[in-house]
Ligand binder design. Structure first.
Ligand code: MN
Ligand code: MN
Length: 468
């Protein structure tokens, strides 16, 4: 069953629309590389589109009715958008879900180290990475430092053209014979992911008061002076910081034909951004439209901001209450009768690594939004296995919307596998299917997508939100 290449079907108007979405998408993922940054930027876009803070609505007690748009934020890292439809909530809602955390290196709580006048920050990687890919490339630091006085300092260093960047050193090939004979998992080990941040010692004035720390670690003293002067933080403040080391620089067009995008963290911002735009552009839905942008997917959807927290359910309960649909049973009915697209990236077929794919059941760059009946590994383990009936509904909705789409599983049987947030929502008994955008080099510092697939994801999400 051949699925057509989406590029072949575009007229001038669609190409203009495709370029609009992809240019905005590139800016969004270039400017917003962490879950906090994505959440804040999405709130700003939502407010501009007429969304109100649900907390304010709860405080005022003003009821919610068809056409009302509200958002809820969880710890600045997870966002939920709700656009009320004309149908009762107890008949179910349409949900788009994607995650806004991406693989990266997190700075440790006590990170600063000086050895041989090189100062580094110790890191602990987040999510599934090939560690050897993160060395010898420009890196940026994004995050927050929370101080004891309650203030929070935002940090973004390494993105502006005149910013300094950071790197992790690698061994020169001349001395790398032993390293190169190691297994790829051992070439660079976790504790070797130390980010280089300084090499210039401070000069201690002979008349100055004796400072043993500065004498012992003069380069570190210089780095700490800069943190103090530029950001107003002390070394101790790093104990309560969340600093994420990510590839420095903007997402770019990929290829002579500019048909693709090379960018950091397209897993899963490509689905998150297109879901967000589809939600914001949704007009007068029949069923209530909901978009969930969640954190912690890459480490198992755990914690207060991961999908397994009660945030989603709690917000739905608040929305039902304000919409005059009271009680626990109304919430249960709403959730059980809902539809969801659990969006996460898929492994695009890569001829360079053809042996791990089954060609018929693979997704191809440029062939559109990809639906995965199931994910998981070792006999579908850990997956949400979508109903045939729900898939038939999705086929109808996508075909009626003229969306280019395809189906796939993540690689050959027993080649490996992966999980998403789908099974967590399926617990409520709602319809859930995995879908997303094909990616090459998934989880590498720079991941590749097709602009046609970015566009078809956006169009597919728009079509889904019209599902009555
Ligand atoms: Mn993902
Ligand atoms: Mn991932």
């Amino acid at each position: 069953m051949e699925r057509p290449n989406a590029w072949k079907g575009y007229g001038d108007d669609q190409l203009a629309d495709l370029n609009r979405i992809c240019e905005d998408y590139k800016s969004f993922i270039s400017d917003n590389k962490t879950e906090r940054e994505c959440c804040a930027a999405a709130v700003e876009l939502a407010r501009a589109a007429g969304y109100e803070d649900l907390e304010e609505r709860i405080a005022s007690g003003a009821p919610l009715s068809a056409g009302d748009k509200v958002y809820a934020v969880n710890r600045g890292k997870t966002l939920m958008l709700v656009h009320l439809g004309t149908s009762p909530l107890t008949e179910g809602v349409n949900i788009l879900g994607a995650h806004i955390d991406s693989p990266r290196l997190d700075v440790k709580q006590d990170p600063v180290d000086e050895k041989n006048e090189l100062v580094t920050l110790d890191t602990h990687y987040y999510g599934g990475i090939k560690k050897y890919q993160w060395v010898a490339m420009p890196l940026a630091i994004h995050g927050v430092v929370a101080k004891k006085d309650g203030s929070v300092v935002n940090v973004v260093i390494g993105e502006k053209a005149d910013d300094p960047v950071f790197c992790i050193s690698d061994l020169l090939p001349h001395l790398g014979a032993q390293q190169m004979s190691k297994k790829a998992t051992e070439v660079i080990e976790g504790e070797m992911l130390d980010v280089l941040v300084g090499n210039r010692p401070i000069v201690v004035d002979a008349d100055a008061e004796k400072d043993e720390d500065a004498e012992k670690s003069p380069v570190k003293a210089g780095v700490l002076n800069i943190l103090r002067d530029a950001l107003g933080i002390e070394e101790e403040d790093l104990l309560s910081a969340e600093l994420e080391v990510v590839p420095a620089g903007a997402a770019r067009d990929l290829g002579l034909d500019r048909s693709m995008i090379l960018g950091y963290g397209q897993d899963d911002r490509v689905c998150a951004y297109t879901s967000l735009v589809a939600q914001l552009e949704c007009e007068a839905p029949a069923r209530t439209a909901v978009t969930l942008l969640v954190d912690k997917e890459e480490i198992g959807s755990v914690g207060a901001t991961g999908m397994t927290s009660n945030f989603f359910e709690n917000v739905m309960a608040e929305v039902l209450e304000l919409a005059g649909e009271h009680g626990a049973l109304a919430l249960r009915r709403c959730l059980a009768r809902s539809n969801m697209l659990s969006s996460d990236v898929s492994a695009g077929f890569d001829p360079a690594f053809a042996s791990v794919f089954e060609p018929k059941n693979s997704c191809y760059l440029g062939h559109g939004l990809t639906f995965n009946k199931f994910t998981g590994s070792r006999g579908k383990g850990g997956s949400n296995d979508a109903d045939a009936e729900y898939i038939a509904t999705i086929r109808r909705v996508m075909d009626e919307g003229g969306v280019a789409w395809q189906t796939a599983e993540l690689g050959k049987v027993d080649a490996g596998g992966g999980g998403t947030i789908a099974y967590i929502l399926a617990v409520y008994g709602m319809n859930v299917i995995d879908c997303g955008v094909p990616v090459l080099s998934m989880h590498a510092p720079w991941e590749a997508t097709s602009k046609a697939d970015v566009y078809e994801a956006y169009r597919g999400y728009r079509a889904f939100l019209k599902l009555a």
